[in-house]
Design a protein around this ligand. Structure first.
Ligand SMILES: Cc1cc2nc3c(=O)[nH]c(=O)nc-3n(C[C@H](O)[C@H](O)[C@H](O)COP(=O)(O)OP(=O)(O)OC[C@H]3O[C@@H](n4cnc5c(N)ncnc54)[C@H](O)[C@@H]3O)c2cc1C
Length: 218
């Protein structure tokens, strides 16, 4: 798969198919592009007379090396990517079941990674499941009754469960995409895969947390 960066897309062009946008940008015949996926999208509004989108698009084409070579000396940024890489190492089953403390984002993804590696993690969470937790949070907000183990900070989903689910990270690691894909599989909007500022939304977030728990239990 080839990843093409920094494609300027005018507000009108946005309605066109991704294949057509890439074909126009690279000057490749459209029938050479077997498939195209949006990897990232952002808006460039620095010049108010030229507000446009900036896309990064992945394409599947017959002869990737030939296309890469063709653009080798151009200023266009195109790289070869392998998107089917597995980050999970298969180890022998551990003698004892691994223990994960807490079902916040770190615990969730530790649990998922361990389960995918064929281990059988035990996950312990101090607070309640997200539905019960919601009642307890509202009980605090409305009646000032605090449950010290299950509240805005503690409980299934972790500390950000009552935020609006903006996905912030300070790192630039290729595995971040696996995290986004896992969220989408659990019911998050597909746009989080390509929007520059991905956002799940509070109501979706609660369902996503529940679905990740269900996935781990099966
Ligand atoms: C109000 C708020 C809003 C936020 N909004 C955002 C946002 O919009 N976007 C963003 O990217 N980040 C946001 N964050 C930050 C984000 O929530 C954290 O970075 C993230 O939750 C850290 O994940 P974690 O798994 O390391 O820890 P936590 O989420 O804190 O998870 C730890 C888990 O362990 C459990 N636990 C604690 N002690 C024990 C124990 N002794 N036994 C068993 N379980 C235990 C807790 O109940 C909790 O579920 C927000 C945080 C807060 C507090």
């Amino acid at each position: 798969m080839l990843r093409i960066y920094n494609i300027p897309v005018s507000l009108d062009e946005k309605k066109e198919s991704l294949g057509k946008i890439v074909s126009k940008y690279l000057g490749l015949p459209k029938n050479k592009i077997k498939d195209a996926f949006l990897f990232k999208a952002s808006i460039d509004a620095r010049d108010k007379n030229n507000i446009h989108f900036v896309y990064c698009i992945d394409i599947i084409t017959d002869n990737e090396t030939k296309v890469l070579k063709k653009f080798n000396k151009s200023k266009k940024k195109i790289v070869l990517v392998k998107d089917n890489k597995s980050y999970i190492n298969k180890y022998k089953t551990l003698k004892t079941r691994p223990l994960v403390i807490g079902f916040g984002p770190a615990g969730m993804f530790a649990g998922l990674t361990l389960a995918k590696a064929g281990q059988n993690p035990i996950i312990i969470e101090r607070g309640n499941d997200v539905d019960k937790r919601k009642e307890q949070v509202y009980n605090f907000w409305n009646n000032r009754i605090l449950n010290v183990d299950s509240n805005v900070q503690f409980g299934e989903g972790g500390a950000g469960t009552f935020s609006d689910g903006k996905l912030n990270t300070g790192i630039n690691d290729e595995r971040c995409r696996q995290v986004l894909k896992e969220f989408v599989e659990a019911g998050a909007p597909k746009e989080i895969l390509y929007l520059a500022k991905p956002h799940i939304g509070t109501d979706n977030l609660h369902e996503v947390v529940k679905n990740i728990r269900k996935k781990l239990l099966h």
